[in-house]
Design a protein around this ligand. Structure first.
Ligand SMILES: NC(=O)c1ccc[n+]([C@@H]2O[C@H](COP(=O)([O-])OP(=O)(O)OC[C@H]3O[C@@H](n4cnc5c(N)ncnc54)[C@H](OP(=O)(O)O)[C@@H]3O)[C@@H](O)[C@H]2O)c1
Ligand SMILES: [Zn+2]
Length: 329
């Protein structure tokens, strides 16, 4: 096992906190002594203890002289718990390897400095892209002071989300729809528009069956007041920017937008979308209407919204394309 292998393990552990850590960061730690795992941990908000502390508890005396791998720099501040850096020093660990610095301005390198000053061998920056991606919601939330926005699209190969008569259930496969529930599991809120709400009567719940610390907040955007007061939904009548501010105030770290074409376009334009996940079914519908992204459309190529870092995967027969909206991330 190399340092990178152990860091990957720490990132995998961190991910186990999905749905349980927000509004905190996902964090995982592995304590290795003589090439063997002595302790492991990952952060959940309600568990209070940070990943390093859970791993130290498990390791007990085996922490002395060990190497500690963390997906995120150990903290140096007193929040709900005392600083992890101090606990690692007190436990006598020999080496600390972290994937990334903590973007939280309260930490931001201070944890690593504290460890170095105590004579611990410190290294940071291993698998940093993976670690940053695993914590993209937390990083955006803490540095931009707004929720991380994911736009989900379910469309045909030619980018259609419905037929001319408005049939849209279901364009994509069962596997894609299951993956859609996992996207919901990873966020704190889903956001739709009054159009989808009235037409599809969607439940928009997290049906992964996995535990989550806060119920998924369901939001419907409805400026004209057409949806009434549906129980269990937050009806929001302001702009997308106002919604982002309102949800940030409620400690909503990330949102998933599942909406029609014009709202999708406006969401991208207004800067609340950081990532797009498109489930693309191997089907064609043709026609001039029902594009995945609507709005007035660009006149010039120079007006194109730039996407970056895209990757493709599959879900059953469908292709799943993930891309980041350039400039927001
Ligand atoms: N394939 C997919 O991924 C997917 C996902 C969801 C829905 N859909 C499909 O999309 C279709 C519905 O499309 P839709 O356009 O009627 O639904 P929509 O996007 O869910 O709702 C549109 C409504 O949202 C409201 N809205 C609030 N703020 C807005 C803003 N900033 N920009 C634009 N709209 C805003 C508007 O009503 P007010 O003016 O009253 O505010 C608007 O009429 C359905 O066929 C549904 O099945 C597809
Ligand atoms: Zn900590």
């Amino acid at each position: 096992m190399t340092d990178a292998d152990w860091i990957r393990r720490a990132i995998d552990l961190a991910r186990q906190g999905a749905g349980l850590a927000s509004p905190g960061a996902l964090a995982g730690a592995v304590i290795v002594n003589n090439g063997r795992v002595a302790g492991e941990g990952f952060y959940t908000y309600d568990g209070v203890h940070h990943a390093e502390i859970l791993a130290l508890h498990e390791a007990g005396p085996a922490a002395r002289g060990s190497t500690v791998y963390t997906s995120l720099e150990p903290c140096a501040h007193t929040g709900r718990t005392p600083p992890c850096a101090q606990a690692l020093i007190d436990a006598g660990v020999a080496r600390v390897v972290s994937a990334i610095q903590d973007p939280n301005p309260l930490v931001d390198g201070r944890g690593l400095t504290m460890l170095k000053q105590a004579g611990i061998d410190v290294q940071c920056g291993i698998l940093q892209d993976e670690a940053r991606r695993a914590n993209e919601a937390f990083i955006t939330y803490i540095t931009r002071k707004r929720p991380f926005g994911v736009l989900k699209l379910a469309m045909t190969f030619d980018g259609k989300i419905a037929t001319r008569l408005g049939e849209s259930q279901w364009i994509t496969s069962e596997e894609s729809r299951r993956a859609g529930h996992h996207l919901r599991h990873e966020v704190d809120a889903v956001v739709t528009g009054s159009g989808t709400f009235l037409k599809d009567k969607p439940q928009m719940t997290d049906r992964t069956g996995r535990p989550r610390r806060r119920e998924l907040l369901r939001v419907v955007l409805d400026r004209r007041g057409r949806v009434g007061r549906p129980p269990g939904w937050l009806v929001f009548r302001g702009s997308l920017e106002e919604l982002a501010a309102e949800l940030y105030g409620r400690e909503i770290q990330s949102i998933l937008l599942e909406c029609g074409p014009d709202l999708a376009f406006n969401a991208i334009r207004s800067g609340v979308v950081d990532k797009i996940v498109a489930f693309v079914a191997p089907k064609l519908l043709g026609g001039r209407e029902t594009p995945a992204i609507g709005g007035p459309g660009a006149e010039r190529l120079s007006e194109a919204v730039r996407l970056s870092d895209w990757t493709a995967a599959t879900a059953g027969p469908d292709l799943v394309i993930t891309a980041y909206v350039h400039g927001h991330h």
